[in-house]
Design a protein around this ligand. Structure first.
Ligand code: ADP
Ligand code: ADP
Length: 226
């Protein structure tokens, strides 16, 4: 089970203006929510607050029924995937995927078995021994996702994960993320400025503008309204 509830979240950065003005959001177990809006409207800030990488001065974050405001990132049982997927160039695909488990002191055999399983899901098995430098952009993105998936979590936060890819790859990865969502029954919060991406992926879309959540509804309700 994984659910995320945000209550009246307000945030400003040191001495700066407020960038979130009281955001409420209820994300259900297994839901695919896309946060969409122009650059600078507060999407990444919201995602980093959920991940625990930023603190809010007001409001409440509830993860799996537990107040999470003071929980450090590693205790939130959430995996975050960034746009600039930070892979280790000197490590193989297998080692890169298993790396998060190494930090958690999971035994080597278990780590590798888990990494192989994830690689199979992501169709990376033929590349397990390669270094990231010898992979395409899409393959690298999949390795980054694999690292997140190897952790035992079903909640993924994705910050513009496809923005650096070319069109064809972006389409392929979209399909892949959808498949992963269904196969894992994962809860996904996905940030993008691209409305097409939001439409093709989301169960529900959260539309943000200037630090406000303006709409939170199904793609049909948001885009087909007369
Ligand atoms: P988006 O993801 O929608 O592009 P962000 O959440 O990155 O928006 O940014 C929201 C606002 O907060 C912007 O005005 C941005 O300049 C500001 N901001 C983001 N990160 C920081 C930071 N670390 N320090 C100060 N201001 C920031
Ligand atoms: P504050 O930052 O103190 O909330 P603002 O000047 O940003 O003040 O906004 C004043 C009021 O106008 C807000 O409380 C809000 O209700 C409304 N508002 C402003 N911008 C937006 C927006 N983009 N979407 C929805 N409501 C808005």
């Amino acid at each position: 089970m994984s659910s995320i509830t945000l209550r009246d979240i307000r945030k400003s950065y040191a001495n700066g203006p407020r960038v979130l003005h009281g955001v409420d959001l209820d994300i259900g177990d297994g839901e695919f929510v896309v946060i969409v809006g122009p650059s600078g409207c507060g999407k990444s800030t919201l995602l980093r607050l959920i991940a625990g990488l930023e603190r809010c001065e007001e409001g409440e974050i509830v993860i799996d029924g537990r107040r999470a405001n003071e929980l450090p990132p590693q205790d939130r049982n959430i995996a975050m995937i960034f746009q600039n997927y930070a892979l280790y160039p000197h490590m193989s695909v297998l080692e890169n995927i298993a790396f998060g488990l190494e930090l958690r002191k999971v035994p080597r055999k278990t780590r590798e078995a888990r990494a192989r399983e994830v690689a199979e899901t992501l169709q990376l098995t033929p590349y397990l021994d390669r270094k990231p430098g010898a992979l395409s952009g899409g393959q690298r993105q999949r390795v980054a996702m694999g690292r997140a998936m190897a952790r035992d979590t079903s909640t993924f936060l994705m910050d513009e994960p496809l923005s650096n890819l070319d069109n064809a790859l972006r389409n392929a990865m979209r399909t892949e993320i959808k498949t992963i969502h269904q196969r894992l029954g994962a809860t996904i919060v996905f940030v993008t400025h691209d409305q097409t991406e939001a439409l093709s992926l989301a169960d529900r879309i959260a539309v943000m503008k200037d630090g406000y959540l303006q709409q939170f509804d199904t793609p049909a309700a948001i885009y087909d309204r007369p």
